[in-house]
Design a protein around this ligand. Structure first.
Ligand SMILES: *Cc1c(COP(=O)(O)O)cnc(C)c1O
Length: 241
């Protein structure tokens, strides 16, 4: 195939995948008593070339996610970001906070008090308030960052006091589970946490976003209460690193 026909093929794959995912999101939303438009559909664009990201945007994607600061900053100038939100979804190191604060619409991966303080500090310096989600390590996995479930609430109280930060909800990546019931238990646990914390009406904490669900589990996540799914490979194909 020529390069042009390869690109055309990939464009049509992306269109087909987006259509399929939208239908499934809509179905899961309705099943769980919500409207399709109540669910944010993020395209996770790590390792994806700008030409394909722009194609997804031209097909209606209005929220993208990158997990690395450098990659986000490198691609940004080549993207058609009019009306498109861009979130950081990967672990953020303190020494990179100054580069990313003000460059994204939300940092979904606040996984320590230290990084929350640094984001706050850099935001105050720039005269802005940064929207953030609190990442919870719902499966208590060694390999993952995020607050342990039992520590999340007290840390949210502390983070709520930090100037320059607005807590907008929770984010999680569950453990790989063989059984659906096992996976749903993790999703339900964090959903309950989200509802409990919201009910406490903590000053400066707005529990509005529950970010969970990726290519392999977004329908289950929505059925368990997610309102913000982050989908990469199911849109763009397998990632080549
Ligand atoms: C890569 C990534 C995703 C998307 O993963 P897929 O399985 O390709 O959908 C979602 N969330 C985070 C934090 C990621 O790093």
């Amino acid at each position: 195939m020529t390069e042009k026909s390869l690109i055309d093929k990939k464009f049509s794959d992306i269109e087909y995948n987006l259509k399929t995912i939208r239908e499934e999101i809509a179905e899961a939303a309705l099943k769980s008593g919500r409207r399709p438009e109540d669910i944010d559909f993020m395209a996770v664009t790590k390792t994806v070339d700008e030409i394909y990201i722009n194609h997804a945007i031209s097909c209606g994607i209005n929220l993208i996610g990158e997990n690395k600061v450098q990659e986000m900053l490198r691609k940004k100038p080549s993207l058609n970001l009019d009306g498109v939100k861009k979130n950081l979804i990967g672990h953020l190191q303190s020494n990179k906070a100054s580069q990313i604060v003000g460059q994204v619409d939300m940092i979904e991966s606040v996984d320590s008090l230290k990084i929350a303080k640094e984001i706050g500090k850099q935001s105050v310096k720039k005269g802005i308030v940064s929207d953030v989600l609190i990442e919870v390590n719902i499966g208590r996995e060694e390999s993952k960052t995020g607050f342990l479930p039992e520590a999340a609430e007290e840390n949210i109280y502390e983070i709520s006091e930090i100037e320059g930060i607005k807590v907008c909800g929770l984010m999680t990546i569950p453990p790989i589970c063989e059984k659906n019931a096992e996976l749903c238990k993790f999703f339900e646990n964090i959903y309950n946490m989200y509802v409990d914390i919201r009910a406490k009406k903590i000053d400066n904490v707005y529990m509005q976003i529950l970010s969970m669900g990726m290519s392999s589990d977004y329908t289950e996540a929505i059925l368990c209460g997610s309102n913000h799914v982050r989908i990469g490979s199911k849109i763009f194909g397998p990632r080549i690193y």
